[in-house]
Design a protein. Structure first.
Length: 266
Protein backbone atom coordinates (compact mmCIF):
# COMPACT_ATOMS: atom_id res chain seq x y z
CA UNK A 1 0.00 0.00 0.00
CA UNK A 2 1.30 3.44 -0.94
CA UNK A 3 0.59 6.23 1.57
CA UNK A 4 1.11 9.98 1.20
CA UNK A 5 0.92 12.48 4.09
CA UNK A 6 -0.84 15.84 4.02
CA UNK A 7 -1.83 18.33 6.69
CA UNK A 8 -5.57 17.83 6.31
CA UNK A 9 -5.88 14.56 4.37
CA UNK A 10 -4.73 10.95 4.52
CA UNK A 11 -4.17 9.39 1.09
CA UNK A 12 -3.27 5.77 0.39
CA UNK A 13 -3.50 3.43 -2.59
CA UNK A 14 -3.98 -0.32 -2.18
CA UNK A 15 -2.81 -3.10 -4.53
CA UNK A 16 -6.17 -3.09 -6.35
CA UNK A 17 -5.59 0.47 -7.51
CA UNK A 18 -8.12 1.92 -5.07
CA UNK A 19 -7.01 5.27 -3.64
CA UNK A 20 -8.68 6.30 -0.41
CA UNK A 21 -8.70 10.03 0.28
CA UNK A 22 -9.70 10.66 3.90
CA UNK A 23 -10.69 14.08 5.17
CA UNK A 24 -8.63 14.31 8.34
CA UNK A 25 -9.70 17.26 10.51
CA UNK A 26 -11.99 15.37 12.90
CA UNK A 27 -11.60 17.98 15.64
CA UNK A 28 -13.58 20.46 13.47
CA UNK A 29 -15.91 17.89 11.85
CA UNK A 30 -13.64 17.85 8.78
CA UNK A 31 -14.61 21.39 7.86
CA UNK A 32 -12.45 22.66 5.04
CA UNK A 33 -10.27 25.75 5.04
CA UNK A 34 -7.72 27.17 2.64
CA UNK A 35 -5.28 24.33 3.31
CA UNK A 36 -7.75 21.50 2.79
CA UNK A 37 -9.07 23.13 -0.38
CA UNK A 38 -5.53 23.40 -1.76
CA UNK A 39 -4.70 19.82 -0.79
CA UNK A 40 -7.92 18.36 -2.21
CA UNK A 41 -7.27 20.24 -5.45
CA UNK A 42 -3.71 18.94 -5.69
CA UNK A 43 -4.68 15.35 -4.84
CA UNK A 44 -7.52 15.09 -7.36
CA UNK A 45 -5.45 16.75 -10.08
CA UNK A 46 -2.81 14.06 -9.52
CA UNK A 47 -5.30 11.19 -9.29
CA UNK A 48 -6.91 12.12 -12.60
CA UNK A 49 -3.83 10.82 -14.43
CA UNK A 50 -2.25 8.56 -11.78
CA UNK A 51 -1.46 5.24 -13.53
CA UNK A 52 -1.82 3.17 -10.35
CA UNK A 53 -5.24 4.54 -9.41
CA UNK A 54 -8.37 2.95 -10.86
CA UNK A 55 -11.00 4.08 -8.33
CA UNK A 56 -11.08 6.80 -5.66
CA UNK A 57 -12.94 6.58 -2.34
CA UNK A 58 -13.59 9.86 -0.50
CA UNK A 59 -14.07 9.15 3.20
CA UNK A 60 -13.64 10.99 6.49
CA UNK A 61 -12.03 10.50 9.88
CA UNK A 62 -14.08 10.85 13.04
CA UNK A 63 -17.83 11.11 13.54
CA UNK A 64 -18.63 13.56 10.71
CA UNK A 65 -18.13 13.46 6.95
CA UNK A 66 -17.71 17.23 6.59
CA UNK A 67 -19.31 20.26 8.19
CA UNK A 68 -18.53 22.22 5.02
CA UNK A 69 -16.61 25.46 5.14
CA UNK A 70 -14.68 26.18 8.33
CA UNK A 71 -16.50 29.18 9.81
CA UNK A 72 -13.23 30.64 11.03
CA UNK A 73 -12.08 30.65 7.41
CA UNK A 74 -15.36 32.24 6.32
CA UNK A 75 -15.10 34.84 9.09
CA UNK A 76 -11.60 35.75 7.95
CA UNK A 77 -12.87 36.07 4.40
CA UNK A 78 -15.70 38.39 5.51
CA UNK A 79 -13.16 40.96 6.70
CA UNK A 80 -11.31 41.01 3.38
CA UNK A 81 -12.02 42.97 0.22
CA UNK A 82 -14.47 41.73 -2.39
CA UNK A 83 -11.54 41.06 -4.75
CA UNK A 84 -9.78 38.90 -2.14
CA UNK A 85 -13.05 37.07 -1.52
CA UNK A 86 -13.43 36.47 -5.24
CA UNK A 87 -9.99 34.87 -5.52
CA UNK A 88 -10.70 32.77 -2.43
CA UNK A 89 -14.06 31.63 -3.79
CA UNK A 90 -12.50 30.81 -7.16
CA UNK A 91 -10.11 28.40 -5.45
CA UNK A 92 -13.06 26.70 -3.76
CA UNK A 93 -14.98 26.53 -7.05
CA UNK A 94 -11.96 25.09 -8.83
CA UNK A 95 -11.54 22.41 -6.16
CA UNK A 96 -15.15 21.34 -6.68
CA UNK A 97 -14.58 21.22 -10.44
CA UNK A 98 -11.40 19.13 -10.13
CA UNK A 99 -13.19 16.64 -7.89
CA UNK A 100 -16.19 16.31 -10.20
CA UNK A 101 -14.06 16.17 -13.36
CA UNK A 102 -11.62 13.52 -12.10
CA UNK A 103 -11.38 10.87 -14.82
CA UNK A 104 -11.46 8.08 -12.22
CA UNK A 105 -14.75 7.00 -10.60
CA UNK A 106 -15.11 8.66 -7.20
CA UNK A 107 -17.17 6.98 -4.47
CA UNK A 108 -18.14 8.96 -1.35
CA UNK A 109 -18.46 7.03 1.91
CA UNK A 110 -20.62 9.05 4.33
CA UNK A 111 -20.93 7.85 7.91
CA UNK A 112 -21.89 11.04 9.71
CA UNK A 113 -22.93 14.63 9.18
CA UNK A 114 -22.49 16.39 5.82
CA UNK A 115 -23.40 20.06 6.01
CA UNK A 116 -23.07 22.92 3.53
CA UNK A 117 -20.00 22.33 1.40
CA UNK A 118 -19.90 18.77 2.73
CA UNK A 119 -23.10 18.16 0.79
CA UNK A 120 -21.37 19.74 -2.19
CA UNK A 121 -18.52 17.24 -1.92
CA UNK A 122 -21.06 14.39 -2.01
CA UNK A 123 -22.76 15.88 -5.07
CA UNK A 124 -19.44 16.18 -6.90
CA UNK A 125 -18.74 12.46 -6.40
CA UNK A 126 -20.08 9.86 -8.83
CA UNK A 127 -21.53 7.44 -6.28
CA UNK A 128 -22.56 8.13 -2.68
CA UNK A 129 -22.91 5.35 -0.11
CA UNK A 130 -24.12 6.33 3.35
CA UNK A 131 -24.97 4.78 6.68
CA UNK A 132 -28.35 5.42 8.37
CA UNK A 133 -26.64 7.79 10.82
CA UNK A 134 -25.58 10.14 8.02
CA UNK A 135 -27.31 13.52 8.05
CA UNK A 136 -27.37 16.25 5.43
CA UNK A 137 -28.14 19.97 5.44
CA UNK A 138 -27.53 22.73 2.90
CA UNK A 139 -27.00 25.11 5.79
CA UNK A 140 -25.48 28.26 4.26
CA UNK A 141 -28.58 30.45 4.66
CA UNK A 142 -28.37 30.01 8.44
CA UNK A 143 -25.16 32.05 8.31
CA UNK A 144 -26.49 34.76 6.04
CA UNK A 145 -24.88 33.42 2.87
CA UNK A 146 -25.96 31.06 0.08
CA UNK A 147 -24.71 27.80 -1.45
CA UNK A 148 -23.47 29.51 -4.60
CA UNK A 149 -20.46 27.32 -5.41
CA UNK A 150 -22.09 23.98 -4.57
CA UNK A 151 -25.45 24.99 -6.09
CA UNK A 152 -24.80 23.65 -9.61
CA UNK A 153 -23.55 20.31 -8.25
CA UNK A 154 -26.52 20.03 -5.89
CA UNK A 155 -28.93 20.81 -8.73
CA UNK A 156 -27.31 18.20 -10.96
CA UNK A 157 -27.56 15.63 -8.18
CA UNK A 158 -31.14 16.07 -6.96
CA UNK A 159 -32.85 18.36 -9.49
CA UNK A 160 -33.73 22.03 -9.20
CA UNK A 161 -36.88 21.69 -7.07
CA UNK A 162 -35.24 19.59 -4.35
CA UNK A 163 -32.06 21.70 -4.48
CA UNK A 164 -34.04 24.92 -4.06
CA UNK A 165 -35.98 23.60 -1.09
CA UNK A 166 -32.84 22.37 0.65
CA UNK A 167 -31.12 25.72 0.10
CA UNK A 168 -34.12 27.79 1.20
CA UNK A 169 -35.01 25.85 4.33
CA UNK A 170 -31.50 24.73 5.38
CA UNK A 171 -33.38 21.83 6.96
CA UNK A 172 -31.66 18.71 8.25
CA UNK A 173 -32.57 15.53 6.38
CA UNK A 174 -31.72 11.97 7.29
CA UNK A 175 -30.02 9.39 5.10
CA UNK A 176 -33.31 7.78 4.06
CA UNK A 177 -34.67 11.08 2.76
CA UNK A 178 -31.34 11.82 1.07
CA UNK A 179 -31.65 8.51 -0.76
CA UNK A 180 -35.24 9.24 -1.78
CA UNK A 181 -34.22 12.47 -3.54
CA UNK A 182 -31.10 11.04 -5.17
CA UNK A 183 -28.42 12.63 -3.00
CA UNK A 184 -27.42 9.16 -1.77
CA UNK A 185 -27.31 6.13 -4.04
CA UNK A 186 -27.23 3.36 -1.46
CA UNK A 187 -27.68 2.93 2.28
CA UNK A 188 -25.75 0.40 4.35
CA UNK A 189 -25.52 -0.20 8.07
CA UNK A 190 -22.32 1.14 9.60
CA UNK A 191 -20.83 -2.33 10.00
CA UNK A 192 -21.61 -3.09 6.34
CA UNK A 193 -20.29 0.13 4.81
CA UNK A 194 -16.87 -1.24 3.85
CA UNK A 195 -18.39 -4.39 2.35
CA UNK A 196 -20.87 -2.30 0.36
CA UNK A 197 -18.14 -0.01 -0.92
CA UNK A 198 -16.01 -3.03 -1.85
CA UNK A 199 -18.91 -4.49 -3.85
CA UNK A 200 -19.26 -1.26 -5.81
CA UNK A 201 -15.50 -1.07 -6.30
CA UNK A 202 -15.47 -4.64 -7.66
CA UNK A 203 -18.04 -3.60 -10.28
CA UNK A 204 -15.94 -0.59 -11.26
CA UNK A 205 -12.70 -2.57 -11.47
CA UNK A 206 -14.34 -5.07 -13.83
CA UNK A 207 -14.83 -2.31 -16.40
CA UNK A 208 -12.35 -0.77 -18.81
CA UNK A 209 -10.48 2.13 -17.15
CA UNK A 210 -10.61 4.27 -20.28
CA UNK A 211 -14.25 3.37 -20.79
CA UNK A 212 -15.05 4.72 -17.33
CA UNK A 213 -13.20 7.94 -18.14
CA UNK A 214 -15.20 8.20 -21.36
CA UNK A 215 -18.44 7.59 -19.43
CA UNK A 216 -17.65 10.42 -17.03
CA UNK A 217 -16.73 12.83 -19.83
CA UNK A 218 -19.78 11.93 -21.92
CA UNK A 219 -22.35 12.13 -19.15
CA UNK A 220 -20.74 15.35 -17.95
CA UNK A 221 -21.80 16.95 -21.26
CA UNK A 222 -25.38 15.69 -21.29
CA UNK A 223 -28.35 17.80 -20.34
CA UNK A 224 -31.87 16.66 -19.61
CA UNK A 225 -34.04 17.52 -22.60
CA UNK A 226 -34.84 16.62 -26.19
CA UNK A 227 -32.28 14.47 -27.98
CA UNK A 228 -31.68 16.89 -30.84
CA UNK A 229 -29.68 16.15 -33.98
CA UNK A 230 -26.49 17.68 -32.60
CA UNK A 231 -26.64 15.38 -29.57
CA UNK A 232 -27.32 12.36 -31.77
CA UNK A 233 -24.33 13.24 -33.94
CA UNK A 234 -22.03 13.67 -30.92
CA UNK A 235 -23.22 10.33 -29.55
CA UNK A 236 -22.50 8.59 -32.87
CA UNK A 237 -19.06 10.14 -33.25
CA UNK A 238 -18.19 9.30 -29.64
CA UNK A 239 -19.03 5.60 -29.86
CA UNK A 240 -17.39 5.35 -33.30
CA UNK A 241 -14.14 6.74 -31.87
CA UNK A 242 -14.19 4.59 -28.73
CA UNK A 243 -14.99 1.36 -30.60
CA UNK A 244 -11.67 1.73 -32.43
CA UNK A 245 -9.54 1.91 -29.28
CA UNK A 246 -7.20 -0.82 -28.08
CA UNK A 247 -9.24 -1.14 -24.89
CA UNK A 248 -12.44 -1.80 -26.83
CA UNK A 249 -10.74 -4.39 -29.01
CA UNK A 250 -9.44 -6.12 -25.89
CA UNK A 251 -12.89 -6.02 -24.30
CA UNK A 252 -14.54 -7.63 -27.33
CA UNK A 253 -11.80 -10.26 -27.62
CA UNK A 254 -11.98 -11.14 -23.93
CA UNK A 255 -15.76 -11.56 -24.02
CA UNK A 256 -15.72 -13.68 -27.16
CA UNK A 257 -12.77 -15.67 -25.86
CA UNK A 258 -14.52 -16.24 -22.53
CA UNK A 259 -11.59 -14.90 -20.54
CA UNK A 260 -11.06 -11.93 -18.22
CA UNK A 261 -10.07 -8.69 -19.92
CA UNK A 262 -6.52 -7.48 -19.41
CA UNK A 263 -7.58 -4.83 -16.90
CA UNK A 264 -9.25 -7.37 -14.57
CA UNK A 265 -6.76 -8.32 -11.89
CA UNK A 266 -6.77 -11.70 -10.18
Amino acid sequence: MQTTSYQTLAVDTDPRGVTRVTLNRPDVMNAFDETMIAELTAVFEQLATAPLTRVVVLAAAGKAFSAGADLRWMERASTQSEHANLEDARRFAYMMHVLQACLKPVVALVDGAAFGGGVGLCCACDIVIASPRAKFAVSEAKFGILPAVIGPYLTNAVGKRHALRLALTAELIDATRAAEIGLVHELAEADQLDATVDRVIACLLANGPQALAEVKQWFGQLKVGPVIEAVRERSASTIARVRCTDEAREGFAAFLGKRPAAWVRA
